[in-house]
Design a protein around this ligand. Structure first.
Ligand code: ADP
Ligand code: MG
Length: 292
């Protein structure tokens, strides 16, 4: 049985965020980060959350991770209320959170060591995961010796090592250059198909969300609410060629329209009131350059 088959439990990994709101601070300094959100991820489903900066995406992911308690509502994993972090949820952040003093293999083994798994099993699991990510020959390297893409691949397999039911990813490819990012997206879809676990993925990249997801939730500007839910009917496995198809491009257009409205709303009130066209230039009696 492969390491991926050992992980696969297709009945688990249901995330249910119900009528959830988050307010930070109190009185004058109060910030409503999330207004009222209900979203779900079904077992084995890949779901993205997309929306303008500051709309509460990371806050929602942190609730599912167990790092933040909602002010209102609740988040459930397989029907059980989430109250703290746990090894049933793997988390990958944008910042590479590898331990610089541990080798690549020891980084992957870390969660298993904490869970009390013996040295031989730790070693075998870490090595097969590194093999899957094409990084076995780097097992004795240290994070400093690796590229950003490699570090993030290690971050992903490390999050998978403890056999979580869900993978929570907060803009994991945000710091990578475009080429590396595209390769990482393909690697992630391959790994995800083998493990068949649920993924909640945060991004502000429209193409990335379509390429990876079964479904996409679009959030409004802060305070965040769900503005739209888009199904992505593209077949699996996803390939880079698909991004040139009319189906893909139509989805890009649809999402661009939705996000543009929210990005405008998130900007200064004067832009919001007048619309972006209010900042167009026109040729007036005094020549070009009059702002109207
Ligand atoms: P996103 O990930 O969509 O960019 P976040 O969830 O990080 O948005 O943040 C949503 C809003 O909540 C922002 O205005 C942010 O400044 C605020 N916020 C996030 N975390 C905290 C915190 N721990 N304390 C106070 N305000 C916070
Ligand atoms: Mg964020």
């Amino acid at each position: 049985m492969s390491v991926a088959e050992a992980h696969a439990d297709t009945s688990k990994g249901c995330i249910d965020i119900r009528n959830t709101g988050v307010t930070f601070g109190s009185d004058e300094s109060e910030i409503v980060a999330v207004k009222e959100v209900s979203i779900n991820v079904q077992p084995g489903e890949f779901v993205s959350l997309i929306g303008p900066s500051g709309c509460g995406k990371s806050t929602l992911l942190s609730i599912v991770a167990g790092f933040v308690k909602p002010t209102r509502g609740e988040a459930l994993l397989d029907g059980k209320k989430i109250t703290k972090p746990g090894s049933d949820r793997g988390v990958v952040f944008q910042q590479y959170s590898l331990f610089p003093w541990l080798s690549v293999r020891k980084n992957v083994e870390f969660g298993l060591k904490m869970a009390g798994v013996d040295q031989n099993r730790r070693n075998a699991t870490a090595r097969s995961l590194l093999d899957l990510a094409g990084l076995l020959s780097f097992e004795n390297h240290y994070p400093d010796q690796l590229s950003g893409g490699m570090k993030q691949r290690i971050g992903i397999v490390r999050a998978l090592a403890t056999s979580p039911q869900v993978l929570l990813m907060d803009e994991p490819f945000g710091a990578l250059d475009t080429q590396t990012r595209v390769v990482m997206q393909e690697i992630l879809t391959n790994i995800w198909q083998q493990f068949r676990i649920s993924v909640l993925f945060i991004t502000h990249d429209i193409e990335e969300s379509i390429f990876l997801s079964d479904r996409i939730y679009v959030m409004t500007a802060r305070p965040g609410r769900i503005k739209a839910e888009i199904k992505v009917p593209l077949p699996r496995p996803r390939t880079p060629e698909m991004t040139d198809t009319p189906e893909f491009m139509n989805l890009v257009q649809e999402l661009k329209g939705l996000i543009r409205e929210e990005s405008l709303a998130a900007m200064a009130p004067e832009i919001k009131d007048r619309g972006l066209s209010g900042f167009g230039m026109k040729v007036g009696p005094k020549g070009v350059g009059e702002l109207y």
